[in-house]
Write a protein that binds this ligand. Structure first.
Ligand code: C2E
Ligand code: CA
Ligand code: CA
Length: 786
């Protein structure tokens, strides 16, 4: 041992020795990397094997001879060409089979065998190389030491191959390179250190020798080859590790997939994602290497091997807990670098079944209350009709609508409204037998289907119980609320034999129930239907009437009693519908008010009346009726102002007629509205006085100019003493407040005489002129006021 250490320290140049070490390590690393490539890329296995063997062989040889260059035995040294090149040949020729043996290595025995061959390569290189060293003398070998060095070299090589086999892609590579390094150096130094050079001047150098410099050049050439190979290997390695990262990412992706995914080589699983492992209740690594068929429940066919087209199959997986799981398998053949594979995507059908059930539930239920929805109602009615036809059992349909629900929603907000609806649903459910059904139609409308109805009284009783139950106070969102309900009933077969008709008729009955005051139960009655139909038709026609120019205005004169002259005209709307014929304002104005159509219609009437009045030469006033809906509209003063400006009518010639009902609804708003109108300079008249509250306080509060006594008083003024007294006091009162008093509906001379006697200012009625057309330049012919 001492001899060996002394030989290393005394007989070797340290710089060159270090270079030998570097060459050895570098060549080893490159060779190992190339060997790994031959494993990873089976398609080019032979190429990588040759490259690995070549690199390793050249590495051994270069290491040996650089170390020899570092070695200075104290005499002249040259190298015999034959042995020297033979040592290179044996290095390469033995390193290649060693690599080939290790490559297929699946056991330690293989590593040992590869190690033995590689050890022979090192020993061969060293010993043949030593034979080629020419000195003026001879080497005396320590044979047991040489044998020991050879055995150690083989042993370390075997360890290196084993390190590589156990961890091919981890730290195994560095460990293997280090172990090869030890194998080469141990062999070299034991060999050199135990040899003794005995000087012998008779030794003659053979003719084919090469000086140290020649050897150095050969080594340089060799190393160039190794470095080139090394660069290639490093580049490839970088690429391959990028590919490995890619594979890792793909694996992560597969793990993120909700579906189970397995990759099969033949029948065997080579990759499995977490979802698949979770489906079968095992760890992913437990699945790798298993046959896929092992995951299936007994009796299930494994996915078809060697298929070339994608396919789908249903099967049951066997879970770790022994239960079977229904799945759908999608098979997709794929070409991998090392051959064909099958990718199997496994979808859990339980979840799909649950999702489908959920979707079915959503399609048939109202999400807010959990009650069945409109679609379910129609299905149910279809079935009920069929059953009723077969079994002759009548059934009833109860449409119900909550009273004042909108107010709750508007006042307290939708969350409170929603909670209220849920409580309503609960009350309805608890009220009904299981065979009856309750459905939410939408909004605050519900429908109950009552089966097995014996008589109408039973249906009405249920209707009343519903109204009662829903009218009880509610505690929603920490508040106490009360609402009510109205119910409309239709009965099979009395009120219809098909679902659509039954629903429609129950709805009509509900409409009636609401019209009668809330909290009622109304049964369908065919006359309701006709009235409702008529009303719908009217509404429909009215919607288009204005645009189609079906309206006109007629003017009824107002005559001053004193002078007998026409003081002004009241504009009155006329509708000539090509479909419905002539319709009086009493028929269409209420509908126009309900639908909001009165706003554009009223604006049209105002504009039309002002335009015509502006052309009258007589300069008398024009009175235009305003609906309460118009008065509620904040834009009314603006509209009036615009129309006056547009038509050029003097404001004082326009009188706006307003009824008491318009003032009652929102007194303050009406007052501000009227005051704003008043500032425009127009006149205001209180219309139909005597029909409503007839409160004299209105006359004092609001800025009226004219009071119009309703024709119901006028009709009796001549014959009924009490009517005469009322008319007289109203006239006096009005005049006391500075108002002009006009009596409406004057049809007879005696009425006119009575009004004149009471001091009325003006009169209007058929006696003085029916509503008609006013010629632009002609006032209505003066009538005798007598
Ligand atoms: P109103 O304002 O009281 O109009 C007077 C109504 O009495 C008119 O009925 C008129 O034709 C009728 N009349 C006139 N003289 C006599 C008579 O001597 N005897 C009888 N029995 N009736 C007479 P019309 O034209 O059918 O209008 C009915 C109501 O429709 C009007 O009552 C008014 O409230 C409303 N109206 C008419 N035109 C308009 C309009 O342009 N806008 C609005 N908002 N309402 C209008
Ligand atoms: Ca009027
Ligand atoms: Ca009137």
């Amino acid at each position: 041992m001492y001899r060996i250490l002394a030989c290393i320290s005394d007989d070797h140049a340290p710089g060159l020795l270090a270079l030998a070490g570097l060459i050895c390590l570098g060549a080893n690393l490159v060779a190992v990397t190339l060997l790994q490539r031959s494993l990873a890329v089976p398609a080019r296995r032979l190429f990588w094997l040759l490259a690995a063997g070549f690199t390793a062989g050249v590495g051994i040889w270069s290491t040996h001879f650089v170390a020899m260059l570092a070695y200075d035995p104290g005499t002249l040294v040259s190298y015999e060409v034959g042995w020297t090149s033979g040592s290179l040949a044996i290095a390469v020729l033995l390193a290649i089979p060693a690599a080939a043996i290790a490559r297929t290595g699946r056991s330690g025995l293989r590593s040992a065998l590869a190690g033995l061959v590689f050890g022979l390569a090192i020993a061969g290189t060293h010993n043949l190389g030593m034979l080629g060293v020419v000195i003026p003398g001879t080497f005396v070998w320590d044979v047991p030491a040489v044998i020991l060095s050879d055995v150690l070299g083989a042993a370390f090589s075997a360890l290196a191959f084993e390190a590589l086999r156990r961890d091919l892609f981890g730290a195994g590579r560095a460990a293997a390179a280090a172990l090869f390094f030890i194998a080469i150096f141990v062999l070299h130094f034991i060999g050199i250190g135990t040899a003794v050079a005995v000087p012998d001047p008779t030794v003659v150098a053979p003719p084919w020798t090469m000086p140290r410099e020649g050897l150095a050049a050969a080594i340089a050439a060799m190393m160039l080859a190794v470095l080139t190979l090394g660069a290639c290997a490093a580049w490839l390695d970088a690429r391959m590790s990028a590919a490995a990262a890619e594979i890792a990412r793909m694996r992560e992706l597969a793990d993120a997939a909700l579906e189970g995914i397995a990759i099969l080589r033949g029948p065997t699983i080579t990759e499995a994602n977490r979802s698949l492992a979770a489906l079968v209740g095992r760890a992913p690594q437990d699945l790798v290497g298993q046959p896929f068929a092992g995951l299936l429940a007994p009796g299930e066919d494994p996915p078809g091997e060697g298929r070339s087209a994608p396919s789908v199959a249903r099967a049951r997986l066997l879970r770790a807990d022994g239960t079977a799981l229904p799945v759908e398998m999608h098979l997709q053949p794929m070409a991998f670098a090392d051959g064909p594979r099958q990718v199997v995507a496994v979808r859990d059908l339980r979840e799909r079944a649950a999702a489908e059930a959920h979707i079915r539930f959503l399609a048939h239920h109202d999400p807010l209350t959990g009650l069945l929805n409109r679609a379910s109602l129609h299905e149910r009615l279809e079935r009920a009709v069929v059953a009723a036809k077969e079994g002759g059992r009548p059934f009833a349909l109860l449409c119900l609508d909550l009273d004042r629900f909108k107010d709750v929603n508007d006042t307290f907000g939708h969350p409170v409204g929603d909670e209220l609806l849920r409580i309503v649903a609960g009350r309805l459910r608890s009220l009904l037998r299981s065979e009856d059904g309750v459905y939410r139609q939408g909004g605050d409308e519900f429908v109950v289907v009552q089966t097995g109805v014996a008589d109408l009284a039973g249906v009405e009783a249920l209707g009343r119980r519903i109204v009662e139950a829903l009218s009880a106070p509610y505690a929603a969102a920490g508040r106490h609320l009360t609402i009510g309900a109205s119910v409309g009933v239709s009965l099979y077969p009395r009120d219809g034999t098909d679902p659509v008709q039954l629903l429609k008729n129950a709805d009509i009955a509900l409409y009636k129930a609401k019209g009668e005051g809330r909290g009622r139960v109304a049964l369908f009655d065919p006359s309701l239907d006709a009235a409702l139909r008529e009303r719908r038709r009217l509404e429909e026609e009215l919607r288009h009437a204005l645009a189609r120019g079906e309206f006109t205005l007629v003017y009824q004169p107002q005559v001053a009693i004193e002078s007998g002259r026409v003081a002004g005209y009241e504009a009155l709307l006329r509708w000539r519908s090509p479909v419905l014929g002539d319709r009086p304002p009493s028929c269409f104005i209420p509908v126009a008010e309900e639908t909001g159509l009165v706003l554009p219609l009223g604006a049209w009437a105002l504009r039309q009346a002002c335009r015509e009045a502006a052309s009258w030469t007589a300069g008398c006033t024009v009175a235009v009726n305003l609906s309460p809906v118009q008065l509620q509209d904040a834009d009314l003063p603006v509209l009036v102002q615009e129309v006056l400006a547009e038509t050029g009518l003097e404001p004082s010639r326009l009188e706006l007629e307003i009824t008491e009902t318009a003032l009652i609804r929102d007194r303050d708003r009406a007052l501000t509205g009227l005051e704003r109108l008043k500032t425009l300079g127009v006149r205001l008249a209180l219309d139909d006085f005597g029909t409503g509250y007839s409160s004299l306080s209105y006359l004092q509060t609001f800025p009226f100019d004219t009071l119009k006594i309703d024709r119901c008083f006028v009709a009796r003024v001549a014959e009924d003493a009490s009517s005469a007294t009322i008319v007289e006091s109203v006239i006096r009162l009005g005049q006391g407040l500075g108002l002009r008093v006009v009596a409406e509906g004057v049809e007879h001379e005696n009425q006119l005489a009575a009004l004149r006697a009471h001091g009325c200012d003006a009169v209007q009625g058929y006696l003085l002129g029916a509503p008609g057309v006013v010629a632009a330049d002609r006032a209505v012919p003066r009538r005798s006021a007598a």
